[in-house]
Design a protein around this ligand. Sequence first.
Ligand code: GAR
Length: 195
Amino acid sequence: MRIVVLVSGTGSNLQAVIDAVKEGTLDIEIAAVGADRPGTYGIERSAAAGIPTFVVDFKAHPDRAAWNDALAEAVAAFEPDLVLSSGFMRIVSADFIDAFGGKYLNTHPALLPSFPGAHGVRDALAYGVKVTGCTVHWADAGVDTGPIIAQEAVAVEDGETEESLHERIKVVERRLLVSTLASLAAEQKAAASPN
Ligand code: GAR
């Protein structure tokens, strides 16, 4: 299974995927990593791992449609079986997702459909929930919407900050992301050679 990963930030979830591939516990190929802006640590760490990278700068395009088309073209060049949004903080169009057969995977640091958006951890904390968690799901063109594949709960501790809670969620999120990718890769392998 060939994947292209999209990042907007530090890419610590991506690093877990890179490590699992390197250790031989995850049988996929990271064909490329792309970002929506220059200067992300996610791109830096991918380049350091020897993975091809690209940037399709949102701000360098006249409008969202032009950016979306450019992103689709850049991703398609690597012929992925699946595109992973790993902390990618931009909404892509339905056309983009269709171009990759609907195989657009997203991870989110809350138990969707609760607390979608860019501040899932902050919003859950502000609401006062006692349990939150993370979700891996097939993304559609909405904000953190689409069929859920896997979720895991994380209890909120007394005196928790957004940073401390997000860090604890990410520990679980990384494991869930790697195990979901492993299941999807195994399914694809089985489908390719049913006997
Ligand atoms: C992750 O927790 C991911 O779930 C979240 O951004 C973080 C990226 O961390 N994504 C969203 O909030 C999407 N709505 P990372 O760059 O260190 O992997």
